[in-house]
Ligand binder design. Structure first.
Ligand SMILES: [Zn+2]
Length: 312
């Protein structure tokens, strides 16, 4: 009987690792360095070595291990291969095949944002649901779409890349993807900070944000909690872009729940208020009242949870 599985989340600087029971209980959690030099040739052997060391340390029986799930920062095709992962300095890498050969275990690989969404669905903000849109508001805007418990990665692995949905016409500044007017440009932490700088430059009205040297998304939502008029205006603008975009995505994915994570979500439930109002205004009727919103709860552990779930 299978009792255990590993969840591995490969990032650009560290690899987060977790040993789980098949019911999703974390038995151990640790990190190793991501060695990206030499085109990242050491990454998979390092992962294999740390898994073997843990199996020895815990004296696990290989027969009881369901396998290894692994999330990586890049697209993963349905053969478990990565065409290219810039942050890992990888070219074409057949992860599932290679890591399976090195560990003797079943391996399932997925894109890190999609895997984190799966983690939130399994044990986080989306627990108990089967259809979910996950939005990660960090330096960029990431996403994951899950329908009937399956991550929808699409034919290019671009499914769920909701940060690059076009929401503003005529924007001069370019997005990291090269397009202009992406959701990421107004809904990421950097995007919210930009909206705040623009709002402050457009008026002489007083704001507690003017005293801050570096304006961040946290500055904005802290000021919102102090009832700062300009900060509220920025939060409304951010919420309007994101809420309307989510209303549009809901006509495609029809989620039971929309989970908001990433650094910006640390602002707490007040963040959801700004998104839900425009969502309800523009969502198609069946979604208006029944689609739920929640904050992500697993933080940086969403990746190892989701990776573990991949292999179960
Ligand atoms: Zn973009």
């Amino acid at each position: 009987m299978k009792k255990y599985c590993f969840g591995i989340d490969v990032g650009g600087t560290t690899v987060k690792c977790g040993l789980f029971t098949v019911d999703g209980e974390v038995l151990d959690k640790w990190e190793i360095e991501t060695r990206t030099e030499d085109n990242g040739v050491n990454i998979l052997p390092d992962v294999a070595a740390t898994i073997k060391a843990k199996i020895d340390e815990k004296q696990l029986n290989a027969e009881e291990i369901a396998g290894v799930g692994i999330g990586v920062p890049g697209p993963v095709n349905d053969q478990g291969e990565v065409p290219v992962a810039v942050n890992l300095h990888w070219g074409f890498t057949p992860i599932e095949k290679e890591l399976s050969k090195m560990t003797g275990l079943t391996v399932k690989a997925g894109n890190d944002a999609n895997v984190a969404a799966l983690g939130e669905l399994w044990k986080g903000g989306g627990a108990g649901h089967h259809n979910m849109i996950m939005v990660t508001l960090g330096t960029g805007v990431g996403g994951g779409i899950i329908i009937n418990d399956k991550v929808i990665a699409g034919s290019h692995g671009a499914g769920g890349e909701i940060g690059h949905a076009h929401v503003i016409d005529g924007m001069q500044e370019a997005c990291n993807c090269g397009n202009h007017g992406c959701l990421e440009q107004v809904a990421s932490a950097t995007g919210i900070a930009r909206l705040a700088r623009e709002a402050l430059a457009a008026t002489d009205a007083p704001s507690v944000m003017r005293e801050k040297e570096n304006i961040s998304a946290k500055t904005v939502f802290d000021a919102v909690k102090e009832n700062d008029a300009i900060a509220i205006q920025v939060a409304e603008k951010f919420g309007s872009y994101l809420g309307k975009a989510l209303a549009t995505f809901s006509t495609v994915a029809d989620p039971e729940i929309i989970v908001i994570g990433g650094g910006v979500s640390k602002a707490g439930p007040i963040l959801l208020d700004y998104i839900i109002h425009p969502f309800k205004e523009y969502a198609f009727t069946p979604c208006k009242e029944t689609t739920k919103f929640a904050l992500a709860t697993l933080g940086n552990d969403a990746g190892i949870f989701g990776a573990a779930k991949l292999v179960l």
